[in-house]
Design a protein around this ligand. Sequence first.
Ligand code: ACM
Length: 262
Amino acid sequence: MKVGFFQFSPQFGKTQPNVKEIIQAINGFEGDLLVFPELALSGYQFLSKDEAWELAVDVPSGPVCQQIEEAIQGRALHVVVGLAERGVNCLYNSAILIGPKGYVGTYRKTHLFFEETLWFAPGNTGFHVWDIGPAKIGLLVCFDWFYPEAARALALKGADILCHPSNLVLPHCPDAMVTRCLENHVFAITANRIGNEERGDKPNLSFIGLSEIVAPNGKILHRASSTEPELFAAEIDVTQARNKRINPYNDLLKDRQPEWYT
Ligand code: ACM
């Protein structure tokens, strides 16, 4: 199976140019699964709830979802895209999964970071695993990495690959994902963004790039630069994620002792 990410710098408030870049990446990608960053259609640093609402989209009925569906049609490809989703009287920081037959599902970010708490409601989807054929995948969005329970929940539900759209500003996540993969024996695709956003009176935000694909043994199969756009694909052997044995005596998930964890 071939999986990848597209690291780029979404332009704040420029939905259609951002969609165009996403569709160009889809057209240039050869593989089965492609992950895009968090809030890839709108940009990150909103100044008000009204602004966030204006830049959010309806899922799956909105025209943007349909443009992405059309770009995939006829190909054996699934994509994960981070976007601001309009709910009923609230917004979610979501990631959507679209496949050859169209819209598949949505994950709404559970652990909101910093000012996201002003614009978005905490996700209410829980952690879901989708079988996309060559693999079972689960979705996380950015700061969810900080809560090992999120990745664990997906591993316990059978995820082989964690798809992780991100807008990282702090340096720790790319290294931490090595641990998330090792402690769950799963692959992870962190698709981060690059570039800066300085809006209104707010401090300049600089996004760290370093998108990566990590294997179940903790090996970083590829890590992008901190500044350059990159469309990357790697061949992976999904069966590696299905072997939860650590040694002849230990099975990663079966050896858990949940009665002691509360
Ligand atoms: C983040 O959750 N965007 C850091």
